[in-house]
Design a protein around this ligand. Sequence first.
Ligand code: IPM
Ligand code: MG
Length: 358
Amino acid sequence: MTSKIAILPGDGIGPEIIDEAVKVLNCLQANHGLDIEMESAHIGGAAYDESGSPLPQATLDLCKASNAILLGAVGGPQYESLERDLRPEKGLLGLRSELELFSNLRPAILYPQLANASSLKPEIVSGLDIMIVRELTGGIYFGQPRGIRSLEGGEREGYNTLVYAEHEIERIARSAFDVAMKRDKKVCSVDKANVLEVSELWREVMIRVSKDYPEVELSHMYVDNASMQLVKWPKQFDVMVTKNMFGDILSDTAAMLTGSIGMLPSASLDQNGKGMYEPIHGSAPDIAGTNTANPLATILSVAMMLRYSLNESVIADLIEQAVSDVLDQGIRTQDIADGGAYVSTREMGDAVVKALQK
Ligand code: IPM
Ligand code: MG
């Protein structure tokens, strides 16, 4: 059966890196029998410019009708003064929420070829392979009530609500344990149970769900300590599972351990394995249009898409192998060149396609 893929380039470097990922998909279609059909739509600032909304109905409809979504990035300085509901980020948050993409998988893998790119000592990070499982459709990002209100006397206060229902905790727990079963079978749940009632419940549900996964070792860590341990001895972690906002913060830290945020893909999955795939780096407006961005995170997101949503793990392996081959050949984009020679966005995409054709 032909799988339908929604392609959402978005803003900044989004269109350039998505072009390279599409090149790879075209190559897989032509040479490896991948049966897909692609259709593009606007999201974020690009969608706002075109239609006045960061998440137009047509884009949402396309995403709902697709088996998987490939997204570049959203956001840019020209949109920062817009009212909150019209900002590019709202397009991304709206998609996550509308499609119930509650499970966000963010791998932090250090490619041995890039060991020198990390700001940490090689012995601390070599061989690093962590999977952060971030809850993506709940918590303080979406909790009600929220807003800015006026108090008596005219002073204003801003407020947000951190809330998790048991079923939300339970499903992200299962997601993390399922992932751990395919890895080293260790889950560290990160919370703030010493202060927050939400975290107390979170911990209780984690422990309850863990009973269904007797092979997996569950541990708990407060978020402040977890952030410290991530830079102190990151290899102690296999899978980390945490709330939306803690996951936002810890996944950036974990990404930087690898020294190359331009290399890291992500998956955001619903209950049925349908997913949205995107590089974890942003829209990098400062280098947009210069043909210098690293397309590998997006290309590796395609590999995650094939593995998690299209059930094509053999082809996913081929992509990851091709990326590794290209790194072995010494081919680098500017962000991972360590001061040495580098190629353009398009040349990097071409190199991956060439490696795939071998
Ligand atoms: C991320 C980003 C988003 C988030 C922003 C762009 C809304 O930082 O995907 O980590 O905070 O979730
Ligand atoms: Mg973030």
